[in-house]
Design a protein around this ligand. Structure first.
Ligand SMILES: [Zn+2]
Ligand SMILES: [Zn+2]
Length: 399
């Protein structure tokens, strides 16, 4: 079992150097349905060994000082951050992106790609597959090329295509089982069959960048789709005579809906509305973050397209479509609580438990005995003061 590194983490008192068991106490511990206040968490090696309310059963190694402890965040949809992108397929760069988001509390991450030539996607998927096998990534998310030109957002419309069976197989095969999510527009020729193929391969089929009608979205759900990619964004809007994908995905309990809770992609009231409609287990916060996340405003790339970031808002240089976000999961969590008014435990489910469930990961996503010791410690303003990943404190963590 890995030995805990020093606990001399910003703002936390205590030092468990040289031991692989650690008691964290005196904080607010957020479970799936309630908050233990005060609560304690015991970590042994890379696992959560105990959790309880009130005074800890033995003296604390780390005094949480009233801080909030939530499960490590699980991001289903993220393209980059800290100046780097997953889309290049460069392993060193990918590791840096994952490390950047880990410092903001994301301890389980997908690597999302954007539309590109098939051969290029095949190359990048194969490269990222190695990192997924190594455990750095939870898997690869293909966002494109099987998207609607009518709802392409920041995807190059010239590279979008219909999902022909052999092409779908080709990219899934390149991932050797690590392509765990595919966003596609089910109304395209072969779209519904592609949903079936993706699900059969053990991946999650997500409906997104779509002009599908309500009826076609229902068919996609019947074919096995279980996720709405950034609900509301890049999909046919709601109309009272054609409710479209939004209402179909909100109403169906088989679908989990992603929401980019940055206050730009959706109004905070829409996140609250989504939670009210879906129930607390039906919404997953995602960042959809791109390279500029955590960096200064300026010019960046998303896939092959030029992006301008101004005031933290990323838009295509040509046309001005929103081009991903500059969001981190800690900021999404904070916005969900502060701006959308979600309770801590509801926001924690949306940031951790629900997305872990989407991927079928029983090992992460909650503060429960036996799960991996992935924790985020937040101050009274819900800013990150420390992050623990698999029992080890992450260097340089903070909001
Ligand atoms: Zn998108
Ligand atoms: Zn995206």
């Amino acid at each position: 079992m890995p030995v805990l590194r020093s606990l001399m983490v910003a703002g936390l008192d205590g030092d468990a150097r040289g031991t692989d068991v650690s008691m964290l106490a005196g904080g607010r511990v957020v479970l799936g349905d309630r908050v233990l206040d005060p609560g304690w968490v015991e970590v042994a090696g890379d696992r959560l060994a105990g959790v309880g309310e009130g005074a800890p059963p033995r003296p604390a190694d780390v005094d949480l000082g009233g801080r909030v402890v939530v499960p490590g965040f699980v991001d289903l949809h993220v393209h980059g951050g800290g100046g780097g992108s997953y889309t290049t397929g460069d392993e060193h760069e990918a590791a840096q992106v994952a490390a950047f988001h880990r410092r903001h509390g994301t301890t389980t991450t997908m690597a999302s790609l954007v539309t590109a030539e098939l051969a290029e996607l095949e190359r990048v998927v194969a490269a990222l597959a190695d990192l997924a096998v190594d455990g750095l990534l939870a898997g690869v998310h293909l966002e494109g090329p099987w998207l609607s030109p009518r709802q392409c957002g920041a995807h190059d419309p010239g590279l979008l295509r219909d999902p022909e069976g052999p092409e779908v197989e080709r990219l899934l095969r390149a991932g050797r089982g690590t392509v765990r999510m595919v966003t596609l527009a089910p109304e395209l020729d072969g779209g519904l069959a592609a949903v079936g193929r993706v699900v059969q391969a053990g991946a999650v089929a997500a409906v997104g960048h779509t002009d599908a009608t309500y009826a076609v979205t229902r068919e996609a759900l019947d074919a096995g789709a279980t996720v709405a990619t950034h609900l509301f964004n890049a999909m046919r809007p709601v109309h009272h005579r054609e409710p479209g994908p939004v209402v179909a995905l909100l109403d169906d309990p088989r679908a989990t809906v992603e929401v980019i809770a940055d206050g730009v992609h959706v109004h905070p009231a829409m996140l609250r509305r989504a939670v009210t409609t879906k129930g607390v287990g039906g919404v997953a916060l995602v960042t959809d973050a791109m390279a500029a996340t955590g960096m200064a405003d300026g010019d960046y790339q998303l896939g092959g397209l030029r992006v301008e970031v101004l005031g933290g808002v990323a838009r295509l240089a040509e046309g001005g479509a929103l081009a991903g976000s500059t969001l981190t999961m800690d900021a999404a969590f904070r916005g969900a609580v502060r701006d959308s008014g979600l309770a801590l435990e509801v926001a924690a489910r949306a940031a951790s438990t629900t997305p872990a469930g989407v991927l079928g990961l029983a090992d992460v996503g909650a503060i429960e005995v036996g799960r991996r010791a992935d924790l985020v410690v937040l101050d009274q303003d819900l800013r990150v003061t420390a992050v623990m990943a698999a029992g080890a404190w992450v260097d340089g963590a903070g909001s």
